[in-house]
Every structure is written in C-alpha cells, then in structure tokens.
Design a protein around this ligand. Structure first.
Ligand code: FES
Length: 67
C-alpha cells in the first residue's frame, strides 16, 4: 500500500530500503523521496522503519492508510 502518496512510495519500498540500510527518515527522503512534499507520510514511514529494525512500539499496520 502507499505510504507516501505524493511520491508514490509503498510500504514494501520502505521496508526494502530499511533492509538495505536506511535507518532514518532522512535516509528515506534521500533514497525514496518520502516527506519531500506535504510530509504527511512521516509518521507511517517512521513506523515502517521501526518495524523492520525491531524497535516498534506498535505495529505499523495500526497507523497505515488504506490504498
Ligand atoms: S504523502 Fe509523502 S510527502 Fe506527501
């Protein structure tokens, strides 16, 4: 599903970027363009990062938008 509508970035792309070494929103912004436009995706993108890196307080599913 789309996490960043402005840049058409999906949760899968964010997870792949995280597995490839992205650890921060700054990394995702550089690699995928998330948060470069309206910024509404920041929280969900951050949750995806946390989920991959194992420090999620809650699953990212809880805050995702439907696509
Ligand atoms: S939804 Fe990601 S910048 Fe707008």
């Amino acid at each position: 599903m789309y996490v960043c509508v402005c840049k058409a970035v999906t949760d899968r792309q964010i997870r792949e970027a995280a597995l490839g070494g992205a650890r921060t929103l700054k990394d995702l912004r550089r690699d995928l363009g998330v948060t470069r436009e309206c910024g509404r995706c920041a929280s969900c993108a951050h949750d995806c990062l946390r989920e991959v890196h194992g420090d999620a307080k809650t699953p990212a599913k809880a805050s995702r938008r439907s696509a």
